[in-house]
Write a protein that binds this ligand. Structure first.
Ligand SMILES: [Zn+2]
Length: 274
């Protein structure tokens, strides 16, 4: 299948698979709340509703791709002094979280970066750089709990869905303003925007709300897996002095360190953890 037209057809098919854009666009254009209601789900762990416009199957598929991409692009460490610690803590925290239906994997990347991340399919990456500053298993559990919290919170799916909704809204506005030259062009543009929105969605930085939620769930999982939640505070205080800038997943764009630590502390007090 080398011809250009076939390739284009394949692309269109892939886009349709990701999302039935026509239905949603028509519904949105009509000002209907139906697609949002259909895409809203109650998340008991968060105690709130979420906009979810992509299916679990789609999310798993994209996550699997992102995971194999990471494994092929970055050097994986097999050093047992790192991998044993991470697996030991990961297994315990995941068991306490109840998210055992996923096929969890914990990988150490041979890189001095002070960072860690998770994908919605339960694949977790920690860099050597962050493990090197984690003196205790409780420190690892602090970040592990936070990452598992993002999965429970379905934060990636929500972020991707918000992105989709925003893209569709922008395209509709452009059309209303007469910016699109033809219907065919318009449909192509929308398809591209949606496909890209979903792909990027799972890799986008989390929102401030997501970071706070992941912090709270992370602390709950620490306690449930019998790690010491006080050490979460110690760890974040130590991290805040590192001034790593905006690259840390869990310090990405959002709450200031002080606000974050204060919020974590009050959550712990409210639940009588400390
Ligand atoms: Zn985070």
């Amino acid at each position: 299948m080398t011809s250009k037209s076939l390739t284009k057809q394949d692309e269109s098919a892939a886009r349709r698979e990701i999302f039935n854009r026509r239905e949603m666009i028509i519904a949105l254009a009509a000002g209907s709340a139906v697609p949002f209601m259909a895409g809203c789900a109650d998340n008991a762990a968060l105690g709130r509703n979420q906009l979810l416009l992509i299916s679990d199957d789609q999310l798993m598929h994209l996550s699997d791709q992102a995971w194999s991409d990471s494994l092929s692009r970055q050097r994986v460490s097999r050093d047992p002094s790192y991998t044993r610690r991470l697996n030991r803590v990961g297994d315990r925290v995941v068991a306490a979280s109840g998210q055992t239906h996923l096929n969890w994997e914990f990988v150490v990347f041979d890189d001095p970066t002070v960072n860690a991340w998770v994908l919605p399919n339960g694949k977790v990456g920690f860099y050597k750089g962050i493990l090197d500053i984690m003196d205790t298993d409780d420190h690892i559990a602090t970040v592990m709990g936070h990452e598992v919290g993002h999965v429970t919170g379905r934060h990636s799916a929500e972020r991707a869905s918000q992105q989709l909704a925003a893209q569709v809204g922008m395209e509709l506005l452009a059309t209303a303003l007469g910016a699109s030259s033809s219907t065919a062009q318009y449909n192509d543009d929308i398809g591209a925007a949606l496909g890209m929105g979903v792909s990027l969605g799972i890799l986008l930085p989390y929102s401030r709300q997501h970071e706070y939620e992941a912090d709270r769930l992370g602390v709950d999982y620490m306690v449930a897996s019998r790690y010491d939640p006080r050490q979460a505070i110690d760890f974040w205080v130590a991290m805040s002095t590192l001034h790593q800038g905006g690259r840390l997943e869990f310090m990405s764009t959002h709450p200031s360190d002080d606000n974050r630590i204060a919020a974590m502390r009050s959550h712990m007090q409210a639940r009588s953890y400390i």
